[in-house]
Design a protein around this ligand. Sequence first.
Ligand SMILES: O=C(O)CCC(=O)C(=O)O
Ligand SMILES: [Mn+2]
Length: 200
Amino acid sequence: MTPFPDLPGFLYWPGRLEVAAQAAMLAEVEAATAEAPPYRPVTPGGRPFSVRMTNMGPLGWMSDRAGYRYQPTHPETGRPWPPIPASLLSLWAELTGAPPPDACLVNLYDADARMGLHQDRDEADLTQPVVSVSLGDTAVFRIGPADGGRTRTLKLASGDVCALTGPARLARHGIDRILGGSSSLIPGGGRINLTLRRAG
Ligand SMILES: O=C(O)CCC(=O)C(=O)O
Ligand SMILES: [Mn+2]
């Protein structure tokens, strides 16, 4: 569905993953994070993110003093990122019909974490979609047009999927806050966001 008629191309599938599929995806992400441990990136200006991150796929998004970029290896272990699970590749194919993603950023939010308004624009081809899966605690997601118009919020709950496509591909978006304790999916609480992209 298109929740905001003035943001065509911002697509939202509430409850796209049922609870069993969420639990299976969480187990796959946990296997990946055991291999590629989440770390806390810093902005190019040196400020730590409140979100911890890791990646799956041939390329992983990262940020440090040298800037934002995609790279094929984990910055701390030096090893390649683990593969993107098949469940996520088929979800992308079903929802977008686009050629497969080569990057899946894993964002881990505790109850105090947030993400400032930004655009996803580090990818080679900015006409390819971005697909985002939410697991665990509900997030207050903020989105507005690329050119700086009004922003508005949408609650993203566990199992919800959304996408930035077409005219919304460069929409500004971020996470205002996490509603701690709103889901029991992740032991100990928190939220995991999986952002699939074609980076290269
Ligand atoms: O956590 C989210 O839902 C958004 C993540 C995001 O926008 C990003 O990683 O670029
Ligand atoms: Mn983003």
